[in-house]
Design a protein around this ligand. Structure first.
Ligand code: DQA
Length: 144
């Protein structure tokens, strides 16, 4: 069974509570249960941290073992050269995800230090962005 890690960065533990008009009213834990139900043949894992170092450690941990990573690095997307380097360092393909369409928001959200090293980017579809990222990983590695 193919292993995929969904990784959320800072403040995304507050989904369902935080800025609901932008991020919706569902917690990620609830959404993750729905996702697992949709993909019973995948070995889906979830990790969230508010700390940059923990996110990097997790990428190193799974990056030579898992078949793919779906990463929403939150605001670190726009600041972290180190997370960008970690993505470049590992073997597993990483799909960058954003819930909101960051290009419709403040200009500081328009740049990503991660995209260059990711397989692709999916953004603006609400929580469904994560499902679309899983679909893209499945297409990428036929049979995942
Ligand atoms: C986000 C967009 C980021 O700009 C923001 O800092 C987040 C969430 C998104 O999913 O839309 O925390 O990554």
């Amino acid at each position: 069974m193919k292993k995929i890690l969904i990784m959320n960065g800072p403040n995304l533990n507050l989904l369902g509570v935080r800025e609901k008009s932008i991020y919706g009213d569902q917690s990620f834990e609830t959404y993750f249960e729905t996702l697992k139900g949709k993909y019973p043949t995948l070995d889906l894992h979830y990790f969230q941290s508010n700390s940059e170092g923990n996110l990097i450690d997790k990428l190193h941990e799974v990056g030579f073992e898992f078949d793919g990573v779906v990463l929403n690095a939150g605001a670190y997307t726009h600041t972290s050269v180190a997370i960008g380097d970690a993505i470049a360092a590992i073997n597993a393909p990483v799909v960058e995800v954003h819930i909101s369409n960051v290009h419709q928001r403040e200009s500081f959200r328009h740049h990503s230090y991660l995209s260059k090293n990711c397989k692709g980017v999916i953004l603006g579809f609400g929580l469904d962005s994560y499902r679309l990222a899983i679909e893209s990983l499945r297409e990428l590695q036929k049979g995942v």
